[in-house]
Design a binder for this molecule. Structure first.
Ligand code: ADP
Ligand code: MG
Length: 844
């Protein structure tokens, strides 16, 4: 059975519009000829007429139809760059750079006129007329120039990718356009997308009161025959190799495009294919090898992030620390630039005509393919393509392959919609994509390989039918496609933790996040909770507003928190640690808390010899044997720290075994520590921090500070031992024995069996989580605290001020003036939390 995507016929449009201003562009003959082949060229009049008559338009068209390269040129020729800039945003850096260069070449203008600006890099000059930039860069510009006065047009390209920044820009620009209209200085907004799925933009009344006109560029798309594999194998890299070998040996000429997930995979496959079908090259293979080996230690994270980190470290020498001492913390101001979004994808291509197909892909013959004699084969011109590939190497995919060789491009999903490679006849689709996954508690993100969406897969298939009928080989079964692939990729804004989103938007100066016109709104109740929690953390503060509704604004502390790529509570801990030079410890704790089941649990039922052996070590690690009462997070810290001394892999395994650690979790934590440190270096623009795997255990003083830092982040998770006064009768004494009260909970909570503080039972504690135990022997369920640290109640007034109520200021002892910080200190009587727990008399 074969599946076919039907071609669509071009639609004829009536020409009514004549440009009033015409700026002449001198293009070369070849460029002009190439342009004339693009479907969008025939629509120039209609497009320009619609833009002239409307302030917002949506323009969709199949990838490769010429939207990105041509629309800026149309606008330039119609005079839009005469007084102000034409701005184009791209979710991917690679697209911003490569498209600006292409447009400069096509228009025969210098890169000082058609320029790009991405984070840390760009060639914008005061002569710039057309400016390509990442969506993050435009958002940053908005902070200083809210109505974008420099621009006459903003094009939001690749809106179908639904990056967080583009979604926010759509919302903001929907309002900015109105403001500029009122000022009689109109700004045009063009939303461009590869697909027809524009309902999120058009059906959203909150976003656009008047639905903007939608233009679609009809493209001639040739039929693409889709072959599914019979089975879905995990080793899709190997499968892709086999398939490419087979196509190259057996099928007629035509380029091959292979979709893998990341730079590392791409380079591996390129090397393998070049070896199999050598083409006489001079120094090329070698240069790429050297480049990659120098990248090796970065290769675990996604394609998109690595260059930034290196640049950040290079740039950092210029940067200076702006952090103040811990107690005057709210003075912190940090550059709150965020990491740009990564290569994610969502695109739709009509899949109604796709039918099941069981090709012979996993037959005997295929399995033996890697052993066939390859010498007689035609050479293959194998090229890699990914975001971080230097742009001169990227542009080679647009060039003709050498005479007699077949073009084969191995790419990440950059080639899905951002870049169109000519003359592709065969697509090999791994069906996988790298996506960012957030840890629910710590907000630490990591990259995981998942299946792409149906829309993404169909977009990939479509790459084979641009110039002639083509073929797409899917390295997965039709059943997996049907059952496991989502229809479309969920917009990033709905995947991102809401508290991060809330804080990030507040940092951008967007105060009314709840009412923000999101194209696809995140959960509103969650947003409200996030706002409340951020207020408790001290990241937001209420401001007097003219209306009755309570408005919150970001605090300097909030700005500092947002510089860290983790959940706000952990961001606060990191910001505080930074001031005390304790970052490596806190990074380690945050990383450890992001990994599940690091310590194999010691529960009451499992008291066999081995497991009871672990507890003394853990108690020792926690420092709970002495008066420091460090608690459970320190067990993790020490476990990770000690494991780094274990030595060889075998020794590490042994170490894990002896101490009840899960080796996989230890490896994962190590990876996260490096990743987090790199990201923090980037955010802070500071070389001061480097991950040394061999941490020394914290000193007593540092351990105390770390407990205070933990409290600062978890002030809403305080529990207090139930006092004897609360227990009126023996019944109570039975129920509340060893119990704690937490302001969040009606019922008493108990220390979990795994906690090292279970024996010492300190009066005041903070916990990482509360959960319900399943007691197997029919006993009633209990609420248990996990990840417990002991705190001093005096600290609450300093670190969790937002939850304290100051009842009175004492005259005796009298207020004291402190010369070193110029502040007056006095003793206060205060209570904590909603339950009004009495705090000891403290000096603040
Ligand atoms: P769209 O934005 O609609 O996906 P583009 O404007 O990106 O389309 O691409 C239009 C055409 O320009 C494609 O055929 C693409 O191959 C070609 N193109 C883009 N960049 C280059 C380049 N650097 N060299 C040669 N051709 C290019
Ligand atoms: Mg484009």
């Amino acid at each position: 059975k074969e599946a076919v995507i039907q071609p669509t016929e071009p639609v004829e449009k009536v020409v009514t519009y004549k440009p009033t201003i015409y700026v002449h562009v001198e293009r070369s003959k070849e460029i002009q000829a190439a342009r004339l082949k693009l479907p969008i060229l025939g629509e120039e009049q209609v497009i320009m007429e619609t833009i002239n008559e409307n302030s917002i338009i949506i323009l969709t068209g199949e990838t490769g139809s010429g939207k990105t390269t041509q629309v800026p040129q149309f606008l330039y020729e119609a005079g839009y760059a005469e007084k102000k800039l034409i701005g184009i945003t791209e979710p991917r850096r690679v697209a911003a750079i490569s498209m600006s260069k292409r447009v400069a070449t096509e228009m025969n203008l210098g890169t000082d006129v058609v320029s790009y600006l991405i984070r840390f890099e760009g060639n914008v000059t005061n002569k710039t007329k057309i400016k390509f930039m990442t969506d993050g860069v435009l958002l940053k510009e908005l902070e200083n120039d809210f109505t974008l006065t420099k621009y006459s047009v903003i094009i939001l390209d690749e809106a179908h990718e639904r990056s967080v920044y583009t979604d926010i820009l759509v919302g903001l620009l929907s309002r900015i356009v109105l403001l500029r209209e009122k000022r009689n200085d109109p700004l045009k907004l063009i939303i461009m997308s590869a697909t027809l799925r524009v309902e999120d933009f058009t059906k959203n009344k909150k976003l656009f009161k008047n639905v903007p006109p939608v233009l679609s560029v009809e493209t001639r798309q040739f039929p693409v025959t889709i072959h599914f594999n019979k089975h879905t194998f995990d080793n899709y890299e190997e499968e892709a190799y086999k398939k490419a070998v087979k196509i190259h040996r057996k099928l007629p000429e035509g380029g091959i495009l292979i979709f893998l997930t990341g730079q590392h995979e791409v380079n591996n496959l390129v090397r393998k294919l070049r070896k199999a079908f050598p083409y006489h090259r001079t120094d090329e293979t070698n240069t790429e090898k050297t480049k990659e080996s120098s990248d090796a230690h970065y290769s675990d994270s996604e394609d998109g992030d690595e260059m930034d980190m290196k640049k950040a470290i290079q740039n950092s020498k210029k940067a200076k620390k702006k952090l103040r001492s811990m107690l005057s913390l709210p003075q912190i101001s940090l550059d709150n630039y965020k990491l740009p979004t990564d290569d994610t994808d969502a695109d739709l291509l009509d899949d109604s005509s796709i039918k099941d197909d069981d090709s012979d892909s996993d037959s005997e013959e295929e399995d033996n393919l890697s052993f066939v004699d390859l010498k007689s084969s035609q050479p293959m011109w194998v090229l890699p393509l990914y975001s971080l590939l230097p742009s001169d190497k990227q542009s080679r995919v647009f060039e003709k392959p050498p005479e007699g060789a077949r073009l084969c491009v191995v790419s990440t999903n950059v080639a899905e919609t951002s870049l169109t490679i000519p003359n592709i006849k065969y697509v090999i689709d791994s069906g996988r994509v790298k996506t960012r996954l957030y840890d629910k508690v710590t907000g630490v993100s990591s990259f995981v390989v998942t299946f792409t969406s149906k829309a993404g897969a169909n977009q990939r298939a479509g790459r084979a039918g641009r110039t002639a009928p083509g073929y797409c080989y899917r390295l997965y079964s039709s059943a997996v496609y049907e059952n496991e692939f989502d229809d479309i990729t969920v917009p990033d804004i709905q995947k991102k933790p809401v508290d991060d989103l809330m804080l990030q938007m507040k940092c951008m100066g967007i105060d009314k996040v709840i009412n923000f016109p999101f194209p696809s709104p995140p959960d509103l109740v969650q947003l409200q909770t996030a706002e409340y929690k951020l207020k408790l953390l001290g990241a937001l503060e209420a401001v007097e507003s003219s209306k009755s509704d309570k408005l919150t604004k970001v605090t300097p502390l909030g700005q500092a928190i947002s510089a860290f790529p983790v959940a706000p509570r952990f961001g606060k801990m990191l910001a505080l640690s930074h001031q005390q030079s304790l970052l490596p410890y806190t990074v380690c704790m945050v990383a450890a808390l992001s990994v599940q089941e690091v310590l194999i649990e010691v529960s009451q039922e499992q008291t066999n010899e081995k497991k009871s052996k672990w507890l003394p070590t853990r108690i020792k690690w926690a420092g709970a044997g002495n008066s420091l009462l460090l608690g459970d997070p320190f067990v993790l810290l020490r476990a990770v720290g000690e494991s780094e001394y274990a030595g060889s892999e075998g020794k590490l395994k042994e170490f894990c075994e002896t101490n009840g650690l899960r080796p996989k979790a230890v490896a994962e934590i190590r990876k996260l520590r490096v990743q987090l440190t790199n990201e923090i270096n980037l955010s802070l623009n500071d070389v001061g921090l480097c991950v040394d795997p061999k941490m020394v255990p914290p000193t007593d003083h540092q351990a105390k500070l770390l407990r205070q830092i933990l409290l600062a982040g978890m002030g809403d998770q305080v529990a207090k031992k139930i006092s004897d006064d609360e227990m009126k009768d023996s019944d109570d004494r039975q129920r509340f024995k060893y119990g704690y009260r937490s302001p969040e909970m009606e019922e008493p909570v108990f220390m979990h069996a795994s906690s090292v503080l279970r024996k010492s039972k300190p009066e005041w504690v903070i916990y990482q989580e509360i959960f319900e135990t399943d007691l197997k022997n029919g006993a009633s369920k209990k609420m248990c605290m996990r990840g417990v640290t002991a705190i001093e109640p005096e600290w609450l007034l300093i670190y969790v001020r937002s939850m304290c109520n100051i009842r009175s200021v004492k005259e005796d002892p009298p207020p004291r003036y402190n010369e070193s910080d110029g502040k007056v200190y006095c003793h206060v009587e205060a209570t904590f939390g909603r339950s009004g727990w009495q705090l000891p008399l403290s000096e603040i």
